[in-house]
Design a protein around this ligand. Structure first.
Ligand code: GRF
Length: 204
């Protein structure tokens, strides 16, 4: 195996999780390079950061594809041209086909802004407030064909305050996302993660 592992990060927007991973990889000198940042939207704000950081960027515009299969095939071709060891979904707002997910089995990670299995899908902070939960958070997980499911790598907990709004809650959760996502990616790069019976073990 190559000493340096290739990470490809997929974004659709702001890309703050992508930035956190890029910064951690450099500051901590991971044996990995961010080989590319790929977006399904040309206007994703995160692309500018990646370009400035000297990272290859690539846009596969989802709006140009009428069917999901064709888009996912084009996306897969673009990603695979960077020979990824790990594909990281960081605010990538697309539902992926089963064949795409299968192709990257065991090397496709996502972060979801809730304590899974609670509050899958969109508007997770609104869902949490509506449910009246006292704790909320974020989950890093391997991706499987079922949306927002898949073996959990790590979670972070945030207390929900009576005065919280969707925005205030989102901000506090995001701070935790920027801690747990780079750390989970690093564990993968270090070869410390194994999946057994749908559960992730983190080796010491
Ligand atoms: C994050 O809250 C992430 O958990 C969710 O979408 C948001 C993306 O933010 N999937 P960013 O693009 O990483 O800033």
């Amino acid at each position: 195996m190559r000493a340096m592992k290739n990470i490809v990060i997929l974004i659709s927007g702001r890309g703050s999780n992508m930035q956190a991973i890029v910064k951690a990889a450099r500051a901590e000198q991971w044996p990995a390079r961010i080989a590319a940042v790929v977006s399904n939207r040309a206007d994703a704000e995160g692309l500018a950061f990646a370009e400035k950081a000297g990272i290859a960027t690539c846009v596969v515009p989802s709006k140009d594809y009428s069917d999901r299969e064709a888009f996912d095939r084009a996306l897969q071709t673009a990603i695979d041209s960077f020979a990824p060891d790990l594909v990281v979904l960081a605010g990538f707002m697309r539902i992926l086909t089963a064949s795409f997910v299968d192709h990257y089995e065991g090397r496709l990670m996502n972060i979801h802004p809730s304590l899974l299995p609670n509050f899958t899908g969109l508007a997770t902070h609104r869902q949490a407030l509506a449910a009246g939960v006292r704790v909320h958070g974020a989950t890093v997980h391997f991706v499987t064909a079922e949306l927002d499911h898949g073996p959990i790598v790590d979670q972070a907990i945030v207390s929900v305050m009576p005065e919280d709004t969707e925005q205030s809650l989102a901000e506090r959760v995001l701070i935790q996302e920027h801690i747990i996502y780079p750390r989970a990616v690093r564990w993968f790069i270090e070869g410390r993660l194994t999946i057994e019976d749908g559960r992730v073990r983190v080796a010491a």
